[in-house]
Each structure stands twice: as C-alpha cells, then as structure tokens.
Design a binder for this molecule. Structure first.
Ligand code: AMP
Length: 217
C-alpha cells in the first residue's frame, strides 16, 4: 500500500501520470478537481458553494477542501490500498492539515519548467468533445476535428493571460505547500520533461528507490 501526493504545475502532465501511477501502485486516484467538478454537476451543497470559484479559476477555501478530503480519505478503499492524491494539498494550510489526518509516504514534485508548460498550453487546441491538438496540426489550422467534426479552438482558460494567472497562484501558494512537505522530509523532485512513458518509468524508479531507502513500506 502506498500513500502519495503528486505536485506539479498545470500542464506538467500531472493528471496523466497520476492515472498511470495509480494503476501501477493499485492505489485509488483521488483528484480533488474531478471531485469538485462532479459535485458541481450533481448540484450537491458543496457543488453549489464552489461553482463560481471553479469558473473563476480561483482556489476553493481550505475549510471546504478539508471537508471534501476528510470524507474521501475515510472510504474503505483508502484504508486498504492507500491513495494517490492529485490536486491536494494546494496551500500550506491544506498540507499541514493533511499530515495531521493521514500518513503520507511521499510528496512527488513533477518538475517541468514554466517556459515549457506555457508553450505546451498556449499551443494546445481542443475540439468540443475533448480531442487535443497542437496549433500546428491540420485540425487546428482548419478548425474542425477529423474525429467528430466539431469545432477545434483554444480553451477559454488556455489563453496566455489566464495560464499565467494560474501559474502565479501555483508559485505563490502551492510552492509553499511543497516547501512544507520538504521541511518534513517528504518531498522528492522528479524531472517531468519527456514522453509520458519515459517520465512514468523515471517516476516509479525514483519513488521506489526513495521508499526502499526510507524503509517506510
Ligand atoms: P484541477 O483539476 O486540479 O486543476 O482543479 C480544478 C479547480 O478545482 C481548481 O482551479 C480549483 O478551483 C479547484 N481545486 C481543486 N483542488 C483544490 C484544492 N486542493 N484547493 C483549492 N481549490 C482546489
């Protein structure tokens, strides 16, 4: 059983790696972003509270996030298989609270330089069904998805201004949460540049080496 936290800038490939790591270690993938979007879609009390915040790309208050995560960590699957946390903690308050309510084996920082994620995100184009293209692909140039014929365009929150704002929030808040993990001897940084498969192998190797060394599991 493993209890991991995955940190990484928007556009670093964190979501993709989180899915692969969760399959590899057989630990539930817990994405707070996904949970909140589901709560909004279902119109729950939490969903109604956070809808406008999500739309604005701002951070949901720690208090609400702690309720959400506390409930989720109480499920049986977590007790049996641990967790792979994706998108939590994002502030130092969340980091401190998490370490109070749960044992965490390691926080992993998937490092991709800001310049590179900016390039990746600003050249990203998506169709209405979610197929992803680069600005230089025919689909993006023609503006029509070859798979489902829907419009291909830039996401509203992928404009340079919006992306810069979100990266700034990461620098101001989430970097402090990571520094806190580091101060507790719980942070491992791994180079996130490369093809997803290669980054995945690098991650597993680094995580296993660190946990074997720490003799935590
Ligand atoms: P994500 O899919 O991880 O990018 O999360 C989408 C949105 O959910 C974020 O822009 C925030 O508004 C909200 N969110 C997710 N996780 C957290 C968190 N740990 N703290 C505050 N807000 C969060």
């Amino acid at each position: 059983m493993i209890r991991l936290v995955l940190f990484g800038r928007q556009g670093a490939g964190k979501g993709t790696q989180a899915v692969m790591l969760s399959e590899h270690y057989k630990a539930p993938h817990i994405s707070t972003g996904d949970m909140l979007r589901e709560a909004v879609a279902e119109g729950t009390a939490v969903g109604q509270k956070v809808m406008a915040i999500l739309d604005a790309g701002e951070l949901v208050p720690d208090e609400t996030m702690l309720e959400v995560i506390h409930d989720r960590l109480a499920h049986d699957d977590v007790e049996q298989h641990g967790f792979l946390l994706d998108g939590f903690p994002r502030t130092v308050g969340q980091a401190k609270s998490l370490l109070k309510i749960a044992t965490v084996d390691l926080g992993v920082n998937l490092e991709v330089p800001e310049r590179l994620v900016l390039e990746r995100i600003s050249s990203r184009r998506v169709c209405q069904q979610g197929h992803i293209y680069s600005v230089n692909d025919d689909a993006a140039r023609e503006g029509v998805c070859p798979i489902d014929s829907t419009l291909v365009e830039q996401r509203d929150d992928d404009t340079p201004e919006a992306v810069t704002a979100r990266l700034d929030a990461y620098k101001m808040k989430t970097a402090v949460a990571m520094a806190y993990f580091d101060s507790q001897g719980l942070l491992l940084s791994v180079d996130g540049v490369g093809e997803p498969e290669a980054v995945f192998r690098r991650l597993v190797e680094a995580i296993d080496a660190r946990l074997d060394h720490d003799d935590r599991w």
